[in-house]
Design a protein around this ligand. Structure first.
Ligand SMILES: [Fe+2]
Length: 350
């Protein structure tokens, strides 16, 4: 027989003779080690179960005071004993009795008198099965914890990589330090207030962080130019959504990332770029980012002007409802402006 770890066995039988026989049988069998607990009373048996860590119970059906069926039911109510093997014993050969025992959660049923081979064989079989079940359960738990840990590490890596990329984008433009993170935060707030799920809010946040990634492909001199852009330079700037979309399309695991970059300069009235999409044709996430992006541009210092006063920002947002902006998201942004009584939502304070 395969060697098992030392098992604790509890025998509950009002017949002292049975307790002695089981004790003798187990001591004679050297194939597996056991610690034996015996008791003549069902109530005391339940007390032992609570105090000790029992691996298998041999339980007599007919006992005074509280019988084996009731004891069995009580055992199954204890969470840690929900699947511990319980072998019922009885001298009465009645199929209904056996059926009742199984219905109440018995693992096996043995008829008295029994031989050493039968009792040892059955006990060994159930202990081994229960041991394998426990090992499997522990292994599944271990593997699940490991997988969760890896997932967490991956999420952290993704988060930190996106943050680092966002800083790279902002570092190209001396006037837009922190712009990407602020746009991401405002976009997430709009998404949350509009009733999006946690996952949608997170997607909006990441797409907001990377919306201007295409600027990596634009000449720094054009991006940082103090004087008015020539038509040609403006056309060059206008290519950043397409460049951003091409870059982010490489990230197949999160296709929403590229949507923000591609469509954040579309306008609700169809007069935006690069595709000239109109209204609901523009992906929802991009309509959110467009509002947040414009808000942050107005509340940031530029080479040609200071941060605009809050009243002016509010007016511009109102003016853009239905033309530049999706009315729903622009109104949410206006609500956020209204709540921001100290005018904290601006670049020099964030
Ligand atoms: Fe942009």
């Amino acid at each position: 027989m395969e060697q098992l770890r030392e098992s604790s066995i509890l025998v509950i039988d009002d017949d002292n003779f049975i307790l002695k026989i089981v004790n003798r049988m187990l001591s004679a069998d050297l194939s597996f080690k056991t610690s034996l607990f015996t008791t003549l009373s069902g109530r005391e048996g339940l007390e032992i179960l609570k105090k000790e860590e029992i691996d298998l119970v041999l339980l007599d059906v007919n006992m005074p005071e509280i019988d084996g069926m009731e004891v069995l039911e009580e055992i199954r109510k204890i969470p840690s004993y929900a699947s511990v093997p319980v072998i019922m014993m009885s001298a009465i050969i009645k199929p209904e009795l056996e059926a009742e025992a199984f219905k109440r959660g018995a693992t096996d049923f043995i008829h008295k008198p029994f031989t050493t081979d039968v009792i040892i064989g059955r006990m060994y079989h159930h202990l081994r099965f229960s041991y394998l079940q426990r090992s499997l359960h522990e292994e599944v738990k271990k593997q699940t914890a490991l997988a969760e840990e890896r997932l967490k590490a991956n999420e952290q890596l993704f988060n930190e990589t996106v943050m680092a990329l966002a800083q790279t984008i902002d570092a190209k433009d001396q006037y837009t330090r922190g712009h990407s993170l602020r746009v991401a935060k405002y976009s997430r707030s709009i998404s949350r207030i509009s009733g999006d799920s946690e996952e949608e809010q997170q997607n909006v946040f990441y797409a907001g962080l990377l919306h201007d990634i295409g600027k990596i492909g634009i000449n720094e001199q054009i991006i940082n130019k103090h004087s008015k852009l020539t038509d040609e330079e403006y056309e060059t700037i206008k290519t950043h959504p397409t460049i951003g979309w091409q870059i982010l399309s490489l990230i197949k695991i999160n296709p929403t990332l590229s949507i923000g970059a591609h469509y954040h300069h579309e306008r609700y009235d169809g007069k935006g770029y690069p595709e000239g999409l109109k209204g609901d044709q523009i992906p929802r996430l991009a309509r959110i980012i467009c509002v947040a992006d414009t808000y942050d541009s107005m509340t940031s210092k530029r080479s040609y002007r200071d941060c605009l006063p809050q009243e002016v920002v509010k007016e511009q947002m109102e003016k853009g409802i239905g033309s530049q902006f999706d009315p729903l998201f622009a109104k949410i942004m206006l609500k956020m402006i209204e709540m921001d009584t100290g005018y904290r939502m601006r670049a020099d304070l964030n």
